[in-house]
Every structure is written in structure tokens, then in C-alpha cells.
Design a protein around this ligand. Sequence first.
Ligand SMILES: Cc1cc2nc3c(=O)[nH]c(=O)nc-3n(C[C@H](O)[C@H](O)[C@H](O)COP(=O)(O)OP(=O)(O)OC[C@H]3O[C@@H](n4cnc5c(N)ncnc54)[C@H](O)[C@@H]3O)c2cc1C
Length: 491
Amino acid sequence: MRPPFPFVRDVAGLRARSFDLLVIGGGIYGAWAAMDAAQRGLSVALIEQNDWGSGTSQSSSKLIHGGLRYLEHYKFGLVQHSLRERRVLSRIAPHLVRPLDFMLPVFKASRAGPFMLSCGLTLYDLMAGLSPPVRRHRYYRPKRVRQDFPFLDGAGLVGAFRYGDCQEDDARMALVVAAAAHGFGAVCANGVRAVSIAAGDHPQVAVEADGASFTIKARAVLNAAGPWAMRLMGEAAPEVELIKGTHMVMPAIPGVRAAFLLTAEDGRVFFVIPWYGRTLVGTTEKTIARVEDATPTEDEIDYLLRALATAMPGLGWARSDVISAFAGTRTLQKADAESLSAVSREFAVIEPQPNVWVSVGGKYTTARCDAAGIVDSMAARLDNHQPSRTDVTPLPGAPTLPFQVWLGSARAQLLVAGVDAEAAFTCALRHGTGVDALLVLIESDRALAQRVHPDAPFIRAEVALAQSHEMARSEQDVLRRRMPLHLIVGG
Ligand SMILES: Cc1cc2nc3c(=O)[nH]c(=O)nc-3n(C[C@H](O)[C@H](O)[C@H](O)COP(=O)(O)OP(=O)(O)OC[C@H]3O[C@@H](n4cnc5c(N)ncnc54)[C@H](O)[C@@H]3O)c2cc1C
């Protein structure tokens, strides 16, 4: 195994040979599938038309969660599966998947009363198994809720529950998993676009990269191009529905570290989530015809602002407080799409053409396990019946020391090197043991310990590292995905 970083773009390597598996799409599904297959000893190529995690995988709510609201639809299997994966991801990537408390206020008019919610949350805790990464749920009386969160709508408030889930930086997670695939020998390149797929006994994929066209040969092809996937399938494309979800980024709510699960006036739930010293608010849900339509609209921002003003009137936030907004697209199999909110985010892998598989739908939370299933379904074709081991393989940057011990020491080293306290904390979580590479850079130039922007906890050494070790090729790659600077300061 080679080190995952430096994560090297290898376009020449894609031309040089034929592969067992070619994965199209460097979102979280393509990245996990490539890592899993490469770890099983298969020769793997992973291509991404733009940048790692630049599709849906940078536009999620950034939660690694069981999906509490699916309990309401009796999707017990899905919730339990997601909670199991939450535990796996927290174990193999404790630096990237962090616990987050959620507050769930209850009102006289709420669909479910305190007793029902208490039963649901007890079940949620039980399904999370022994030693979950988060705290068990707890009930708060209305007086305490008003005192701690005075900005919440107090009319009809009968209390609130606190429960636990986890949070991530989605684009960073996709990058790290793709780099792990590289570590296990996959030939990876961003900026390589699949143009067409010729299925058959020996599938071939025509690609374009750096102004040149060539063909990649493989025994099997996985089309993990997310909402773009069907474009490559022609007549063989299964029917899917594209559902856009928009989030807006707002200032921090002073002194509040918990997220909120709230209900808008139309009965839809939405999240208010602290993230990198800002607040994510989302999401909307709307069917779109083309993936290009997945941009936030004024109507969606107005909807979210109205929902927020009703649920949290004390914040007094207006349009001028919106820092940025982003939208992503879920792909649902047509049969699943009749009721958007009620539908499970279940996943399918299909083989509509010989030796060409397509992944449809899914969740960040379950992508690792779903990808293991994808590679399993190709076992006969690839003559490889090894089991998946990604559930017990620490991701790049995962410390071997007990997490809090390691975190304390990593922060201390960054502080000594001149990084400010907030940036040291986020650096440690974003890079894990990779902070060593940042410290080496800072040692050679102390100015690299300074922030890139005064209002964002990212340092100049991270920009240098993104270019030299993380395959960043453009300003967007660096300032939107290697660090989400554009999201949290706008621009
Ligand atoms: C609004 C929203 C919120 C969500 N929130 C959560 C959440 O909080 N938690 C959770 O668990 N899940 C969440 N999800 C689901 C999760 O984000 C998705 O399941 C996941 O990101 C899908 O990843 P993917 O790899 O299938 O697709 P994508 O991330 O879209 O990856 C596909 C990749 O393929 C590339 N590509 C496309 N065409 C080509 C081509 N021709 N050649 C080469 N490359 C190509 C694209 O550039 C893209 O990078 C959310 C989804 C949405 C839409």
C-alpha cells in the first residue's frame, strides 16, 4: 500500500493498461466503490469530470445520521442500517465524523406529542447499539428551553428533546475516501470526463481529459455519476426523478452549539445546523428536469427565511444576513418518487447493460456499505470473492491514539506553530494526522500559519497542501472543497 497523500493525478496511467474496474464519478459513492475494490486487490481506475466531491457530495446537509424522521414512516430497517453505519464511520474516521447534539422542540400543535417522541428517541438510542458515538436523548422542560434558546418561538412550547447524531465536511470526506482508493493502488484523476460507454464483454469508455480524447478499457464499469449518470446510459437508462435540495448559510447563532430539527408551516421538516462557525439552514425539495437546474432560487431562499422566522423569530434574520446558498440533487428511482419527503433514501445498483453497473440514490451515511454491496454484485464478473474490509479500515488521517488525547496534542502543536486556537481545532479535525504535513510546511515558512481570510478558520498552509498533495487544480477546488471558504464567507 502506498500513502494516500500526496494524492497524484495520473491521466497517463489511465491510458497505459486495461483495468478490472473503471469507476466513473468521484462523488462519495464512486470513491467508496473504488477504495473497496482496490483494497480487495482489483485493478481500479477512478475518474471524475470536475473535482472530487464536486457534485451532490458537496451539497448535502453534511449529516451522518440515522434519519430520525424515517421512524415516522416505519422505515426501521433503514434507520437501524444508517445508525450502524454512523457508528462504523465514527470509528474509522473519528476526525471527520463528529458528534452533534440536536434539539427537537415540541409544541402543543406538534404532529407527535412528548410521549410519542420519547418512544421514538428511545428506539433511536437502542438501535444505535452499544457505545454509540453520541449522547443518549434527554427531555428539557419549556422553562429551560426558553432560557437556553430565547430566540425560539415560545408560543405553545411544551418542551424539547435533545438527541445525538453526527456531522461531517462532505466534500472533504469524498476527497479523503478517493485518496484512500489511491492509497490501495487505484489510478485516479479528476478533470477526466466520460463521454460514452460501449457495453459488452470488454466494455470501453471514451473519455476526454486535458484537451485529448482516449479510451479506457475495463472488465466492468461502474457508472457512479450521480444525477448525471443516466446521460451516459442512452436507451438503457432507468427512469429516475431528480430532486433538488437547497441550503442557505447564515451567521452563527451566538453561544449555540446544537443543531435544531424544526417543522415549517407546510409540515416539512428542516434543519438548522452549526457548521464551521456559521449556520446551515435547509433543505427545500423540488423536482427538476435537468441537473443544471440545481441552483438555489430566490423563492427557495424566501421559503427558508420564512420557515426560520416562524420557528426562530428571536434571530431576526433577513435576506441581507444570507451569506451564501447551495443546492444539490438527489436521484430517486421513479417508483420511489411519488411522495418526496416520505420516500426513503434507499439505494439501488443495477446492471442495465452487460458489465455496466449504475448506482442510483443513497445517502452519505450509508455510501460505504452500499459501495461494498456494489463490489459484491460484481464478484462473479471480476472473479474476486474477497469480502469488503472498508468497515475496519481507518480512513487517511484517523489517529491511532485515543481520539481526545490525539486531538489535544495536535492542537497544541498547531498553536505552538502559530496557528490561532479556532483554526488549530478545525485543522486537526479536517486533516487528522495529516496535520504533520501542515506543520512541516509552517516550519519552512511561518507565514503559512496565518488565516487565508480573517473570518474563516482555514490557514495558508492548507492552500499549499491542497495544491501539492490534494489534487486541487482550480481556485474553486481549493476555496470551495479543500476548504469551504466560499460557503462561509460568501463569494
Ligand atoms: C440536498 C441534499 C442533502 C443531503 N443531505 C444528506 C445528509 O445530510 N446525510 C446523508 O447521509 N446524505 C445526504 N444526502 C444524500 C447524499 O448527499 C448523496 O447520496 C450522495 O452525495 C450521492 O453521491 P454520489 O457519489 O452518488 O453522487 P455525486 O456526489 O453527484 O457524484 C457524482 C460525480 O460524478 C461526476 N460525473 C458526472 N458525470 C461524469 C462523467 N461523464 N465523467 C466523469 N465524472 C462524471 C460528477 O462531477 C460528480 O462528482 C443529501 C442529498 C441532497 C441532495
